[in-house]
Design a protein around this ligand. Structure first.
Ligand code: 6PG
Length: 276
């Protein structure tokens, strides 16, 4: 396999700053080249600090947000206002909710200014595409139902496809402590399925123990750019295994992001056990 670019920085803060700059550059380039940018984002503890940089000047003002489509690589099967929701993180730290809910124009409200909150990224409501988990819950349906509808949403408003698989301009990823990406865990049934998105039962070996919806990891083959961000010494051993051992993606799904065109941004603590 051709290998990714690996960038090692001092700490989590430096990782977030560099990741935000890279994301901005990819989104701007995609819009310049193709008119739109399709970004599949992530959850976990990594994206919040990245979002907070994208949501303020100068990056906020450099990105043509009205041409950006925001998708999710995976989510937990909980309402968006639940602390575990991957959408909730974006609502809190990235999105200008006035623009996203279509209630007013962009820019900070008087309350935003008073509490020092950033106005956020003005992505129009119709360009924000979470897994329809609240609708599934309201209809008494489960993760597979939400996944099926997500596939229909991708067909209607998603990026162009290659061999039937969506070609995202950017997929942002974190790495789980067991070497998972998206909600594709070691030994996942996702490897045996041809659907673009699917429901995943609650994992018992890693937290949180809630059912998930996830994209098929095969979208990583067609994505134009893949950006992995991981930090902290708790990830050092698994990252050394992912980046150093013979490829075996069913054992370590995160090796799917070990490809050319991918960039891994790690802090010194997370990179401590890499062979360099
Ligand atoms: C999930 C997340 C997951 C996350 C990793 C990394 O729903 O479980 O999407 O894949 O990205 O666990 O988490 P950190 O960002 O906390 O390192």
């Amino acid at each position: 396999m051709s290998e990714p670019e690996i960038v090692v920085l001092a700490d989590a803060d430096a990782c977030a700053a560099t990741a935000a700059n890279r994301i901005a550059a990819v989104l701007v380039e995609a819009v310049n080249l193709r008119g739109t940018a399709h970004w599949a984002t992530t959850g976990g503890s990594t994206p919040g600090a990245i979002y907070r940089r994208l949501a303020v000047s100068p990056l906020r003002d450099e990105i043509p947000w009205d041409r950006v489509h925001l998708w999710w690589g995976d989510d937990r099967f909980v309402p968006f206002d639940h602390p575990l929701s991957n959408v909730g993180i974006a609502e809190a730290d990235l999105l200008d909710m006035a623009a996203t809910s279509g209630t007013s124009g962009t820019g900070a409200s008087a309350i935003d200014v008073l509490v020092g909150r950033s106005p956020g990224a003005p992505i129009p409501a119709q360009n924000v595409h979470p897994f329809p988990i609240p609708q599934a819950i309201a209809n008494g349906q489960g993760p597979e139902w939400a996944a099926e509808r997500y596939v229909a949403m991708l067909r209607a408003d998603g990026p162009p496809t290659e061999g039937g698989w969506p070609v995202f301009d950017l997929v942002l990823l974190g790495i789980g402590p067991d070497g998972h990406l998206f909600s594709v865990f070691p030994g996942s049934e996702a490897f045996d399925r041809d659907v673009i998105a699917m429901g995943i039962p609650a994992p018992t070996h890693v937290e949180p123990h809630v059912p998930r919806v996830t994209l098929n990891p095969r979208v990583l083959d067609t994505a134009r750019r893949v950006l992995v961000v991981s930090h902290g010494q708790g990830k050092a051993a698994v990252l050394a295994d992912i980046l150093g051992s013979e490829p075996d993606v069913r054992r370590l799904p995160a090796q799917l992001a070990r490809r050319g065109g991918a960039t891994w941004i790690l802090d010194e603590a997370a990179a401590a056990q890499l062979q360099r």
